[in-house]
Design a binder for this molecule. Structure first.
Ligand code: PRP
Length: 183
């Protein structure tokens, strides 16, 4: 889906398809160089990261394997609470593995902070984060991100895996949702 397919629903383009493609090429080159000769496992956090994961793995030259986790926040409201429930765990035993967590967005940072500790406790050889988007103004906890795509403003963004009410995940760019859509 392109922005021209849902023009009334979007307020502003934040990151174009071309900018995403160029950034992924740059990040993939860095990942290839850093993990040369190593056995790398990419772990994507569902659902939002599925689009980024699929483009990132195809931009890599090295041999990698992939796995997926699904998590959700406990507690009241729609915001992250920092208390996370695993809805789908990894299929892979990550003991001694080099793990790269692939995330679409870091908002409060609470999900990723919890996930980093959880996976680290399984005895990984190394663990790093590749996040396409980060909202610095929304951070409640600082998370170390080795491979970052873009810092963005604290707005309601959709596209490239990110949803509103499960929609707009298939938008090719990243855009600010028009307020009337969620008002
Ligand atoms: C989003 C995103 C991260 C998390 C970030 O997932 O994919 O996992 O929120 O928020 P935080 O930094 O405040 O913890 P979401 O819960 O919206 O689920 P989804 O990926 O299935 O859409």
């Amino acid at each position: 889906m392109r922005e021209s397919d849902v023009p009334d629903d979007l307020a502003e383009t934040l990151v174009t398809e071309e900018q995403i493609t160029a950034k992924i090429a740059e990040l993939a080159a860095a990942i290839d160089a850093d993990y040369a000769g190593k056995d790398l496992l990419l772990v994507a956090v569902l659902k939002g990261a599925f689009v980024y994961m699929s483009d990132l793995v195809r931009a890599l030259s090295g041999q990698v394997t992939v796995d997926f986790m699904a998590v959700s926040s406990y507690g009241a409201g729609t915001r992250s609470s920092g208390v996370v429930k695993i809805n789908k765990d990894l299929d892979t035993d990550i003991t001694g593995r080099h793990v790269l967590i692939v995330e679409d967005i870091i908002d409060s940072g609470l999900t990723l902070s919890w996930l980093l500790e959880n996976l680290r406790s399984r005895g990984v050889a190394s663990i790093e984060v590749a996040a396409l988007l980060r909202k610095p103004d929304a951070a409640k906890v600082q998370v170390p991100v080795k491979y970052l795509g873009f810092d963005i403003p604290n707005a309601f963004v959709v596209g490239y895996g990110l949803d509103y009410a499960e929609k707009y995940r298939n938008l090719r760019s990243i855009a600010v949702l028009a307020p009337h859509v969620y008002a």
